[in-house]
Write a protein that binds this ligand. Sequence first.
Ligand code: FAS
Ligand code: PHB
Length: 391
Amino acid sequence: MKTSIAIIGAGPAGLLLSQLLHLRGVANVVLERQSRAYVLSRIRAGVLESTSVDVLRAAGLGERMDREGHPHNGMRIAWAGRDSFYVDSGQVLGRPFMTYGQTQVQEDLFAAADARGQAVLHGVEDVTLHGIDSATPHVEFSHGGERQQLACDYIVGCDGFHGPSRKAMPAGVLREYEKVYPFGWLGIMARVKPLEDVTYAYHPRGCALASRRNDHLGRFYIQVPLEDKVEDWPDERFWPEFKARFPAELAAQIEEGPSIEKSIAPLRSFVAEPMSHGRLFLAGDAAHIVPPTGAKGLNLAVSDVHYLSRALGAHYNDGNGALLRDYSDTALRRVWSSVRTSWYLTNLLHSYPASTDFDRRAQEHELAYLQSSPRAQAALAEQYAGLPLDT
Ligand code: FAS
Ligand code: PHB
């Protein structure tokens, strides 16, 4: 098999890159380890920055998102049982961000791939990358019981944090930056009326977040100790704890109901630099991980492939390699902006086990300052809802 671009991974990064490359006339093949059903079964992100909405619309993926997605002109922060405040990103950016589930984005991406007759090979195993320092790289994999080769001009690793691509970088090339947080997030999905706003709560008992997928489907999270398991949190324990972390007037609006999905994820920040070497490029979680506090993971996957598809298009269509050469630096500017925002919000909104009284007082006064300062809120608003892609 031969193509121009070999894409490893059919998550949001891989499938969106495939669509964007198709629109620029650049041939590509997507290799995915899991079945389509498994990929679609994963419950993950829910917030799309205004810039991600633009990229998806430009890629011809806006019709259902605009019909079923929910625009938001800001998000709400509640803390320590006091009144909450609204960070008005619509006023700062002049446009809304969107809640629209990653599952729905993924469904739309698969539908677009089917519509264009895209080669997406599911069930591939033992993917190995070869020749990334040569002009003729290729990918080897097992599929349908046979060992196969995909010759290409470039390989793009969209295979998530645990995939083979980042590990295929030659020794000594990568610099890795990591921060592991001393807690996790328990997330549930429930068929209940959600709060109107994406609402974060800081409380000494821990962080909580109320989000939504549609008017009848809410997505709810609480900070939990790292050692907790899903079975430690039956619904009858979850709901009182969740509501205890919100001020009374918000807690009174929270509708309880049976969870239809429940999972726990640890929180970490991770960045691998550079995001390219020779003929290998990394995009999405293959290169970076952010704690979900800033709703940045999916949005960084979108911005990475926006930059990379533009660069590959310039290379193939205009013979201009400059954007490709600058891809890593360009993508990393936005990655570190989002990593910092996620780290800031994680520190602002979580109760750290090792916090001293001093730490807690300083945290409360940071929240009080944010609540009191339109300028501080404007800075957070633009970083949360969507910095311009080309700053
Ligand atoms: P993905 O991990 O989505 O996709 C990688 C793909 O590569 C997968 O389909 C995988 O099967 C495939 N793959 C891996 N190894 C392979 C191999 N050897 N061969 C072939 N294919 C291979 N982000 C938010 O913004 N908000 C959230 O609330 C949020 N919650 C999350 C909860 C969990 C449990 C997790 C794990 C992540 C969460 N994220 C969240 C982050 C998440 O949305 C990612 O940022 C997003 O999926 C990134 O997309 P990709 O880079 O495409 O990686
Ligand atoms: C979600 O809707 O799943 C969501 C929203 C905001 C976050 C994280 C997750 O920060």
